[in-house]
Design a protein around this ligand. Structure first.
Ligand code: APR
Ligand code: PHB
Length: 389
């Protein structure tokens, strides 16, 4: 088989790239290790920057996002019983959109199917060949059958545990990592959200987040120990602990109910450089991970896709290599800013096991400064709604 771009990974990065390229008449084939249902069963975050909303519009799949997504003009931050609001729209002119990553992925699958896009599911033993040559190709098996696709370029959109990053020789790759000494225990519940806007809570018992998917579907998180397992936490224990971490007047309004999903996620910051090796380009989680605190995972994957899509279109439409040659530099420049914001927001809101009394005073002083200073709020808001591409 032959195509222009082989895209490894049928998550949001791979699908968005495939759909955007299709809109410009550039063929691609997507290879996904799991089934479509499995990919759609993964519960992930749900805050969209203006950048990915624009890309979904460009990809022709933003109708449901605009119909069902909830624009948020601001967010709430609490510490103890103190709570203040950061008004994104007042400070930056732009709201964010609350719309689940699962729904984004669902919309992209629908668009690829409608366009007759090729996606091979349940592929195995994917291997990249000749990425550092002018004739790259990918081999894999599907249904026990060996396959080979010759292509011009390969997009590694296969997440943190994928094959693409591992294909780049260690001699060429530099990896940066920070592992946080806690995790997030998250639940999804068919209950009305406790607040119209998200609440990011710093409390003496640790971090908590009150989020939502729609007026009948809420998403809550609490900071937990990395040694915890989901079985250690009954729904009731979760609700009791959440109430202890948010302002008491908010806790009094909290509607509780059975969880329909419950999981623990570790927190990590990770970046690999470069994000290109010959004709192989890394996008999204294949190249970088952020702690979920700033909701930057999907949004930063989308900016990668933007830069790569631009570079590939320039290559096919003008013959210029400028865009693809500058892809890694451009993508990493924005990735590191998203890493910094996610690290800063995580440091501001979580309690660390080895935190000294002085460290705690620093955290409170930073929260006090953010509460009382518009310039500090503007800096936070600009990062939260998404820095320009
Ligand atoms: N071959 C084919 N597919 C693979 C392989 C492989 N060897 N390895 C992994 N995959 C698939 C996974 O099954 C997954 O569906 O690649 C896909 C990668 O998708 P994501 O992990 O969702 O990564 P990405 O598309 O970059 O999206 C980033 O996802 O994890 C969140 O917070 C993250 O929001 C961010 C977003
Ligand atoms: C979510 O709704 O799942 C969510 C929202 C904001 C975050 C992280 C997760 O920062």
């Amino acid at each position: 088989m032959k195509t222009r771009i082989v895209i490894i990974g049928g998550g949001p990065s791979g699908l968005l790239l495939s759909q955007l390229l299709h809109r410009r008449g550039i063929d691609s084939i997507v290879l996904e290790r799991k089934t479509k249902d499995y990919v759609l069963s993964r519960i992930r975050a749900g805050v969209l920057e203006r950048g990915i909303v624009k890309l979904m519009e460009e990809a022709g799949c933003a109708d449901r996002l605009h119909a069902e997504g909830i624009p948020h003009d601001g967010t709430l931050v609490s510490y103890g019983d103190e709570m203040f609001r950061v008004d994104f729209t007042e400070l930056t002119g732009t709201p964010v959109m609350v719309y689940g990553q699962t729904e984004v992925t669902r919309d992209l699958y629908e668009a690829r199917e409608k366009a007759g896009g090729r996606i091979d599911f349940e592929v195995e033993d994917v291997q990249i060949h000749g990425a550092d040559s002018d004739a790259p190709y990918v081999t894999y098996t599907v249904g026990g059958e060996a396959q080979r696709i010759d292509c011009d370029f390969i997009a590694g959109c296969d997440g943190f545990h994928g094959v693409s990053r591992q294909t780049i020789p260690l001699s060429v790759r530099t990896e940066y990592e920070k592992v946080y000494p806690f995790g997030w225990l998250g639940i999804l519940s068919e209950t009305p959200p406790v607040s119209e806007e998200l609440i990011y809570a710093n409390s003496s018992r640790g971090f908590a987040l009150c989020s939502m998917r729609n007026p009948q579907l809420s998403r809550y998180y609490i900071q937990c120990s990395l040694s915890d397992s989901v079985n250690d936490w009954t729904d009731d224990a979760f609700w009791q602990e959440l109430k202890r971490r948010i302002p008491s007047d908010v806790a009094d309004k909290l509607v509780t109910g059975p969880s329909i999903e419950k999981s623990i996620a570790p927190l990590r910051s990770f970046v690999t450089e470069p994000m290109r090796w010959g004709r192989l380009f890394l996008c999204g989680d294949a190249a970088h991970i952020v702690p979920p605190t700033g909701a930057k995972g999907l949004n930063t994957a989308a900016s990668d896709v933007h830069y790569l899509h631009e570079g590939l279109c320039q290559f096919y439409e003008t013959g210029s290599n400028e865009g693809i040659d500058r892809y890694s530099e451009k993508a990493l420049s924005r990735v590191w800013k998203a890493e910094r914001f996610s690290w800063w927001f995580s440091s501001l809101l979580h309690r660390y096991p080895d935190q000294s009394p002085f460290d705690l005073k620093m955290q409170i002083a930073e929260l006090e400064f953010l509460r009382s200073n518009k310039a500090a709020q503007k800096a936070m808001a600009e990062n939260y709604v998404g820095l320009p591409y």
